[in-house]
Design a protein around this ligand. Structure first.
Ligand code: TYD
Length: 411
């Protein structure tokens, strides 16, 4: 039986997806025969309530100089991070010379606002290609993996931090003990760790199993995060649900007893009890809904194939890798995936090898159906796709249920 990475108890997987490639590993044909696969399975630790992957590939397999994810690609996300930089973080600045550290600073989409306002900062980003974009914006970036040792170096060079921020990164750390010890020593006595990650409650409510892939090692809840940070003398003092990434939670964590705890924490924990996040049966039900979702999607796409309809994927997301490989959906059912990210274009999707093409190819010859893999950006995408709708194009969605959206949905 696997061992929980947080409390070292044993736990059992509740779902196995079989062999999976690296979710963000878009590749060229000459790399097909060297493609890396691992067993994707997810389990729930009944002792500390942490939901987690059973196995995870080496971090060097996932984050490297060709890492194909640029945070600034979504205008909506860029605005989200601007709000965090200008409205959320300053609430916790203890002096007029604050210091901010971001873990997983990507292309500097958040810290560029610190640059503009002269706020002292350091970004930590191991993917050299995206880090370079941040450095070109003037964002001070260390191209390394964050751990306790690096936290010590940052502290001795810059002093302690008012805010350590991290978005969609904390959930990736297999060496969480080192990361949290590092953060605890890096924070000022009144400093806070603010982090945002996809929320377990949303995954369960929406059956959004496409959140389950190599980079997402943990599926956090308020209960499991609080138990985790308390091992390092810290506590969750505030939480806020966020609509981003298909449903996320923002956690504010401080040294235990240093800052008052908002009533939102107890309220969210009560909701988690109601949702049954600590009950094994909740996860068994989730597995059944996932299996149903796979059957429904394959049936729908096979029908469109038999009817001679053209189906194109919209957004070559990491999430889509789990869907496509688990459902065994290849280029016979999906002609290509349209994506605005230049580094993904001309490549092929991990595992199933569906071509990824430019957005221009999507608009040049609209398909009958677009399967919305980037469903977490649905609002932004629907707002700009009027011509697709006018041409008679329809959206296939798989979250929260597989189906075709009604024509008037977007009007
Ligand atoms: P993202 O939301 O980061 O999902 P994941 O974490 O699962 O990779 O990825 C969104 C992808 O969709 C990204 O490759 C950019 C693409 N995209 C478009 O092609 N068009 C759009 O209008 C938007 C918003 C995103």
């Amino acid at each position: 039986m696997p061992t929980c990475r947080i409390c070292q108890s044993q736990f059992e997987p509740f779902i196995s997806f079989g062999k999976m490639p690296i979710a963000n590993g878009f590749l060229a044909p000459e790399q097909f025969d060297r493609e890396y696969f691992f067993e994707l399975a997810v389990g729930f630790c009944p002792t500390c309530a942490m939901v987690q992957l059973v196995d995870q590939p080496n971090k060097e397999q996932m984050f490297h100089e060709h890492y194909a994810f640029y945070s600034s690609m979504s205008r909506h996300m860029a605005e989200h991070f601007k709000r965090v930089a200008l409205n959320i973080m300053p609430r916790y600045f203890a002096s007029n010379d604050p210091f901010v550290v971001e873990i997983g600073s990507n292309d500097g989409v958040l810290l560029e606002h610190c640059v503009q306002r002269g706020v002292r900062h350091v970004g930590v980003e191991p993917a050299a290609n995206v880090a370079k974009v941040a450095q070109e914006k003037g964002v001070e970036t260390i191209v390394e993996f964050f751990d306790e040792e690096l936290a010590g170096r940052i502290r001795s060079e810059h002093g302690q931090a008012d805010v350590v921020f991290s978005a969609n990164t904390m959930l990736q750390f297999s060496y969480m003990r080192s990361v949290l010890s590092g953060i605890a020593s890096l924070l000022k006595p009144s400093g806070v760790l603010i982090f945002e990650d996809p929320y377990l409650g949303d995954i369960i409510e929406k059956t959004s199993y496409d959140q389950m892939y190599d980079e997402h090692l943990f599926y956090f809840s308020v209960a499991s995060v609080d138990a985790m940070v308390r091992r390092h003398g810290m506590a969750v003092i505030d939480v806020e649900s966020l609509p981003v990434h298909g449903g996320s939670m923002r956690y504010v964590v401080a040294h235990e007893g240093a800052l008052s705890v908002s009533s939102a924490v107890a309220a969210q924990r009560a909701k988690e009890e109601q949702l049954g996040l600590r009950d094994l049966t909740t996860y068994e039900h989730l597995r059944k809904r996932i299996e149903q979702s796979r059957n429904d999607l394959v049936t729908l796409l096979s029908r469109f194939h038999d009817e001679g309809k053209r189906v194109v994927g919209y957004g070559a997301t990491s999430k889509s890798t789990t869907i496509l490989n688990y459902c065994n959906i290849g280029p016979d059912l999906i002609e290509f995936i349209s994506d605005i990210t230049p580094i993904k274009q001309g490549k092929f999707s991990p595992g199933m090898h569906i071509p990824v093409r430019s957005y221009e190819e999507f608009i040049a010859h609209y398909p009958d159906y677009a399967l919305l893999f980037a469903w977490n950006h649905a609002r932004e995408i629907m707002a700009k796709e009027n011509n697709f709708h006018r041409a008679g194009g329809r959206w296939i969605v798989h979250v929260p249920k597989v189906g075709v959206l009604a024509h008037d949905f977007v009007r």
